[in-house]
Design a protein around this ligand. Structure first.
Ligand SMILES: *Cc1c(COP(=O)(O)O)cnc(C)c1O
Length: 686
């Protein structure tokens, strides 16, 4: 849909007059989603019908208009349609508006009253504006108090990520009719001064918010038609502004191509080639569990943006927390300074993580939190005088991030250690935990680790692994008793256990933390990804008091007790405040029930793929569903197929997997599974 949204600070501001004028100047159709206060009439066949006064007003001036929903009572839309036993919704109205605008080169969608005028119990006109994403022309009645109203409206519109294309001031008070005794304007001279000052003040104050004052419409009298030329003359700059916006890139397919061109020629994507990149899709916005592509298509999200967006996108609590914090203090260094967001997030995390974890280090990404964990382990062993314990033991198939220390403990084949053999320290690997999550535990699976530690424990600072679910290294679910067994082995040799819960933390596996499946507490734990609900980057490394104190008491020759790390953006207040809101949102939600439902729907939906040609294994745990293929998948082909099916699923290597937002409705999860089943049925994985 192309055009703009015409709204006002309030009712009776002259919005329809402005729409009518713009309709004439731009030859654009005015679409009125809801019209209340209609007139009852009978048509030529004697049938009762409702006439929309605003449509009449536009047509009288020579413009074109249509009202989609008409109601008799002159009240707010939500009440009018309640009285008519109907229900309006943003999604429904948006759909109807898009259909009505289909063949138009420019439409003017006209609101009803102000921004927060309700459409139903939950949604307002502002929500409709946000859904349509059109630039906004704001009509302001020039009267006492209008500066305040105009600025509040600008702020509200801009806070939804919309552009206020400009203001139109409208003199709605007949000059000589102002009541001399009204107190605020002692004489008509005073009144004129106030109204004129509104023009200059508003131009200045709105200008500071990058909103131009496009027109100042004088009092036109009751016979507007007689003043038509004057109105159109005054509105000409506003019409030009709308035309400029229509010509701007972003609405044009051509600009999308140039965007993709730049991307292709200058931007690296994760694990891709600069000379032969995989295709990318431009996402323009996100909402709930949907990615909205720039070409207008909407995809059901199956990835939660790599484990992060557990609440879906655009969660109100998270946005409110972020907005509040960014206004107060977005960032301040953590050296020598502390702040409430860091303390409150820390308190909340210590309340919910496995018992015994007691100290926190805020890192700026998951990989960095792993680096910090590795350093902690080495410093801990040094503090006890065990200088030789500089190595790590980890199962194959793990993934811990892309920085060097983290990479050195990733699966050596997946992580392409050969490429970096001169760069990476060498650590020790045991075979991938062979015992499936859903089969009886086989103690034999721990033998290799046991034998290794018997002979070489004195080289090992810590064992590091992802609890129960190995993520990016193969989406493998192993038996919790394996983790329990490793905990015991670590205790026996005073080796630390590091659990990397960056992917599994915050409910994904059905427990708040995957360690809970084994009932263990690691000595060090990393959290990231869903910690901030997908709003921004940030992570934390937690340690037990024993680890923190031992490092803290190290003698001068061994670091003097300092933990040697301190990123610039450590404990970024914006991150901490947002993460706190995300954790609270999760804990306040029925997340266990949601994850249980997702598990059931994924099991049902993916089951038909079991035993199909090309499929090696189908497995589901919590809100993670995996179809493992026999051959590596053709990413580009499968990706295109999934987008055509209306879903966002990013397969890689031998894996087609989904981990949808916890808030995903059943139909959408079924759609994700259906898309995978169709791909398998179509032989796309052979
Ligand atoms: C994603 C991930 C990381 C790395 O986190 P980044 O924020 O990408 O640096 C580390 N460990 C696990 C288990 C992960 O899934």
């Amino acid at each position: 849909m192309k055009g703009c949204f015409v709204t006002a600070t309030d009712t009776e501001a002259g919005k329809t007059l402005v729409s009518a004028g713009l309709s004439c100047l731009l030859h654009a159709l005015v679409l009125k989603p809801v019209q209340t206060g209609c007139l009852q009439e009978t048509d030529s066949e004697g049938k009762a019908m409702l006439r929309a006064p605003d449509v009449d007003a536009v047509e009288r001036l020579g413009g074109m208009a249509r009202a989609l929903h008409c109601y008799l009572p002159p009240c707010s839309p939500h009440l009018a349609c309640e009285l008519a036993r109907e229900r309006l919704s943003v999604a429904g109205l948006a759909r109807e508006l898009r259909t009505a605008a289909q063949d138009e080169s420019c439409v003017l969608v006209e609101g009803a009253g102000g921004l927060y005028v309700p459409l139903n119990e939950q949604e307002s006109l502002l929500d409709l504006m946000q859904e349509l994403k059109l630039p906004v022309i704001l009509v302001v009645a020039n009267r006492l108090g209008c500066l305040n109203q105009a600025l509040l409206s600008i702020e509200a519109v801009q806070s939804r990520g919309l552009e206020v294309a400009g203001l139109v001031l409208n003199r709605v008070v007949e000059p000589e009719h102002c009541d001399p005794g009204c107190g605020s304007c002692a004489s008509s001279e005073d009144e004129a001064r106030i109204l004129n000052d509104n023009v200059t003040s508003l131009a200045r104050m709105a200008g500071r918010r990058h909103v131009p004052l496009l027109a100042d419409i004088p009092w036109l009298g009751s016979d507007v038609l007689a003043c038509r030329e004057k109105l159109l003359e005054r509105l000409a700059p506003a019409a030009r502004r709308v035309q400029e916006l229509l010509a701007e890139p972003g609405q044009e397919a051509g600009s999308r191509e140039s965007l993709l061109d730049f991307d292709r020629n200058h931007l690296w994507h994760p694990y891709t080639s600069a000379t032969n990149p995989l295709p990318v899709y431009e996402v323009a916005s996100t909402r709930a569990n949907r990615l909205c592509l720039a070409d207008g298509r909407e995809l059901v999200d199956g990835m939660s943006s790599w484990w992060c967006a557990v609440h879906g996108y655009g969660n109100e609590r998270l946005i409110a927390a972020m907005t509040r914090q960014v206004q107060r203090m977005s960032h301040v260094m953590f050296g020598g300074i502390t702040h409430r967001p860091a303390v409150e997030l820390g308190r909340r995390l210590l309340d919910i993580v496995p018992r015994g974890l007691d100290w926190l280090f805020y890192a700026d990404s998951g990989s960095v939190s792993v680096e910090v964990a590795l350093k902690m382990a080495v410093q801990y062993q040094q503090s006890l005088g065990r200088a030789k314990r500089q190595h790590f033991l980890t199962p194959m198939g793990g993934y811990h991030g892309d920085t060097q220390g983290a990479m050195s403990v990733c699966d050596p084949v997946n992580g392409m250690h050969v490429l970096f053999s001169g760069l990476l320290p060498r650590h020790y690997f045991v075979e991938r935990p062979a015992c499936r999550f859903d089969e009886p535990f086989d103690p034999q699976s721990l033998e290799e680790a046991r034998t290794f530690l018997q002979s070489r424990a004195d080289e090992i600072a810590a064992v590091i692994l992802e609890p129960v679910v190995q993520g990016a290294g193969g989406m493998w679910f192993y038996h919790p008793d394996y983790l329990k067994g490793l905990r015991e082995l670590c205790d026996a040799y005073d080796i630390l256990l590091i659990c990397d819960e960056i992917a599994t933390g915050f409910g994904r596996t059905g427990r708040l933390f995957a360690c809970e499946w084994a009932g263990i507490t690691p000595d060090i734990m990393c959290l990231g990804k869903a910690l901030c609900g997908g709003m921004m980057t940030g992570a934390v490394t937690l340690a037990t008091r024993r680890v923190a104190q031992s490092i803290g008491q190290a003698p001068a020759g061994l670091g003097g007790g300092l933990l040697m790390h301190g990123p610039t953006f450590m404990a970024n207040p914006l991150f901490c405040a947002t993460a706190l809101a995300s954790v609270d949102e999760l804990l306040a939600s029925p997340w266990q029930e949601r994850v249980r439902n997702l598990q059931t729907w994924l099991q049902e939906g993916l089951a038909p793929n079991d035993g199909q040609p090309g499929v090696r294994d189908v497995r589901v745990l919590g809100a993670i569903g995996v179809v493992e293929t026999e051959k590596p998948v053709n990413m580009a082909t499968l990706q295109r197929f999934f987008v055509e099916q209306g879903v966002w699923i990013r397969p890689f290597d031998h894996l087609i997997y989904v981990m949808p937002p916890f808030t995903s409705p059943k139909e959408d999860v079924q759609q994700l599974c259906r898309a995978i089943t169709r791909a398998v049925d179509a032989g796309l994985i052979l």
